[in-house]
Structures are given as C-alpha cells and as structure tokens.
Write a protein that binds this ligand. Structure first.
Ligand SMILES: [Zn+2]
Length: 448
C-alpha cells in the first residue's frame, strides 16, 4: 500500500509537471509569435483592433505652447451654456469647401475619386443627421440627436482662381508614416509641406484641407483644432484605408466615421470622455454624459460606468467616442451648437466663403425620384417641383446659387412645391431634394 501511494503521488506530480512545462512552452511560443508578427508588420493588425486618433497627445503638446487655448474653449462653452446668440447669427446651412491631398507610395494608396466622393457623402449624412443607422425613436438618446446644418463640398476653384477637381495627388518616396502629436512632428511636416515631400495646404482660411496617407503606427487620423495657430498645417490627416465608404477599407472603419470624428476636432469638439481618467474630466458639452474613458469595439444596450452610474449610461454612439464605425450614430444638439459657435467665432472665415464648390457629390436615388419633375428650365418667375412620392419623412428642398449659398430652403410633405425665382439674379442654380439618405440634384437656369 505505501508503494502504491507513492506511485500515485508521483504520477500526480509528473502529470502536473507536464502541464506546467507545456504551459511554459505555450507562453514562450506565444511571445515568440507576437514578436515575429511585430517584425513582419503584424503590428498593422492593431489598426483593425482599436481606434487611435492623434488628438490627445497633440492637445497636451499644444497646451504647453499656447495655454490660452483653454480660456478660449471655456469662454465658448460658457457662452453656449448662457445663450446661443452666436448660433443664431448665421442661420441656415454652412458649406465648407474641401480640398483633398492624396499622398501615395503604392497604387492601392492612391485612392479613387469615387472613394473620395463617398467620404464627402458620408460627411453630409453624419453632419446633417441623415444617417439611416440613426438611433431609433425609443432610444434613450434619440431626443439629443443634433443636426449641425454644416455641409461639405469639393472645391472646384483653387486659390489661384483655376478650375480644379479639388483633389491633388502626389507620389511620395515614404511608404508609410507615423504620428507622435509633437508640434514639429517630422512626418506631419513631410505630409503637409511640398519641400519636405508632401503637398502644401490651400488657403486654410477658406478650404478645409484633408491629407490622405498611409500609417503603420496605428494612427487612423489626426486634426488641428480652433485657435491652435496651426497656420499652413491646419486641417486633418486620414489613413487611406479608413477614408470613405467604398474601396479597400478596414472592416471596422468602413463608414467614413474617422473623418467625421477628426472634423469634429477641427471644429473644436473634444473626445466625449474629455481628457479622461477621472469623472471630473468633461468635454464641456452639457448633453453628452460624463464618461471615464474611451469606448472601443461595438457595445450594445446601456453601458454604465463609474461616471454615469444608474443613468442612461455612456453615449458610446457619439461620433467623438472611439467605437467602431458601425456603432457610431450621432452628434448631440449641444455639440451641433458648439461647432456652429466655432464657425461663428474662431473659424468665421468659413461663413459666406465664396469658393465655388461641387456639392453634387451626394448619393442620388433615381428609384425614389424617378417621376420627379422640376420645371420650367430655364425659369423666369417660378420654379415648380412636381410628383414627389409620398413619404413618412418630410422632404428638405433647397435652391443653391453658384457659390453654394442657399437662396431658398423649405421642409415639406407636399406632392409639389413652388419656388419664386423672380427676385433672384440670373444664373445657374442647383435644386437639391433630400429625403433620409436619398438625394436628388438638378441644375436649373434662371433668366429674366
Ligand atoms: Zn479623436
């Protein structure tokens, strides 16, 4: 019996030793695998796993250089809390002309015009709250959804008065970039300066400059923000595989929301968790709940954290969080007011900016609008829009002049609409009809 006992004990010991050795081996090989993956460029995989925006490092660095930025931010936030006078100053849609600078080292990095236009459509969808993945009407945050009344269009005239597609392309010798958030980041200088290898900005007071490049450090995008004295580096930079809604896109970032997010920073919005790491930190916007830190992936249902216990939870659907594209869905009403305030103060050069622009870059739906009639063309006194199909959602109808300024807007459920044009200057105008994500555009001539 004693012998047997010893044998059993030995066997148990031996068995657990094997498990232990195997575990150590597995751990060792897992480490080797991770290291080899890293060497082979497997680090790029992390791009697909977790969103990373350059804002936080940049903000900390800019604060050291220009600490007065915080005062300006707080002043604007207080103004918003106390009254909305500035917001009321510029009613109606504000259009922002965009120029896109594509820097490519390989053909796949040289993204197509169609991919670029799909991003402009996505911006107009998100900034006008026209996204079909909008929160449902019984959602706890539904009433907070905001329409910024900001739209984006591709510039058709360059700063030197020449006709342009609004898209510049340049081969660069660097196959990939990284971004540190430092004010004198070498790769950022390369991207934004032609004498370093990249492409110069167009007048940053009149154009929103967007650079497209390849990043292998996990960066999806980064932005300058109001009052940061970025000068010729003002604008946003986006990874070529997260720009637009078509093309060779990373699956988690294929709805154009990285650009929606970065332009949010460019217009002064902070991450929804503020600077993070505690519940005192806030984004300065009153209708976004407090949040401890970034939300990743794609949660569902109510997601409480220690900053918002027993409330409606985190607003992880906000464009200024870090969730996957498919899970983002809104700016709030106060975020919308805040960006309008920014456009009425530190970025006021974009109000009534006269850069001609191609705003016929939205998704058109010919099935919905197949019977529509816009007549007469040319028009003298009245323009008639006839045979709008019945729809639960109202139609938003607008008439724009050549400079992209709205000269007429209405919202209607009627089958037909008339627009008086007798007071308008003669020239080319654009009719735009929007219903949800469906858009219809037509050029009309006004003659007297
Ligand atoms: Zn960000």
């Amino acid at each position: 019996m004693p012998k047997l006992k010893i044998a059993i004990i030995f066997n148990i010991f031996h068995f657990s030793t094997i498990i232990y050795i195997n575990f150590v081996k597995m751990y060792y090989w897992a480490k080797v695998y991770i290291f080899i993956s890293f060497l082979l460029g497997g680090y790029q995989l992390s791009i697909a796993q977790q969103r990373k925006c350059g804002y936080d490092n940049y903000y900390q660095n800019i604060l050291k250089e220009y600490p007065e930025i915080v005062e300006k931010e707080i002043a604007l936030q207080n103004e918003l809390k106390n009254n909305n006078q500035r917001y009321a100053q510029s009613e109606g849609i504000i259009r922002i002309p965009v120029v896109i600078h594509v820097l490519y080292n390989t053909e796949s990095q040289n993204i197509s015009d169609e991919q670029i236009k799909s991003q402009i459509s996505a911006l107009n969808r998100d900034y006008r709250a026209l996204n079909t993945d909008k929160l449902s009407s019984n959602h706890q945050f539904y009433d907070r959804i905001g329409d910024t009344e900001i739209e984006f269009c591709i510039a058709t005239e360059d700063p030197w008065g020449q006709i342009t597609t609004g898209i510049e392309r340049k081969y660069v010798s660097k196959s990939s970039f990284s971004y540190s958030g430092n004010l004198n980041d070498a790769d950022e200088n390369y991207i934004k300066k032609s004498n370093k290898g990249g492409l110069d900005a167009w007048d940053t007071d009149k154009y929103l400059n967007i650079w497209i490049a390849n990043f292998t450090d996990g960066t999806l995008g980064f932005a300058s923000f109001p009052n940061d004295n970025a000068g010729i580096k003002d604008g946003i930079v986006i990874h070529y595989r997260v720009f637009g809604t078509i093309g060779n896109l990373l699956p988690d970032y294929n709805k154009g929301r990285t650009t929606t997010h970065e332009i949010g920073h460019w217009l002064g919005l902070k991450h929804i968790w503020g600077n993070g790491g505690n519940c005192n930190s806030d984004d300065g916007i009153s209708d976004t709940p407090k949040q401890y830190d970034a939300t990743y992936g794609c949660p569902s249902g109510i997601y409480d954290d220690e900053c918002s216990p027993s409330t409606s939870g985190r607003m992880y659907q906000n464009f200024m969080d870090y969730t996957d594209d498919a899970c983002m869905a809104l700016f709030t009403k106060k975020q919308a007011e805040y960006v309008r305030n920014v456009l009425n103060s530190s970025r006021s050069s974009f109000l009534n900016n006269n850069i001609p622009c191609d705003f016929i870059s939205k998704v058109t739906n010919n099935t919905l609008f197949k019977n529509i009639k816009v007549f007469p063309n040319p028009a003298t006194n009245y323009l008639y829009i006839d045979q709008l199909p019945s729809s639960k959602e109202p139609y938003r109808i607008a008439l724009y002049n050549e400079l992209g300024q709205a000269v007429f807007t209405t919202t209607t459920n009627d089958y037909n609409t008339e627009i008086e044009v007798s007071e308008l200057r003669k020239g080319v105008y654009y009719v735009e009809i929007v219903n949800g994500e469906h858009h219809y555009n037509q050029t009309v001539l006004v003659l007297h």
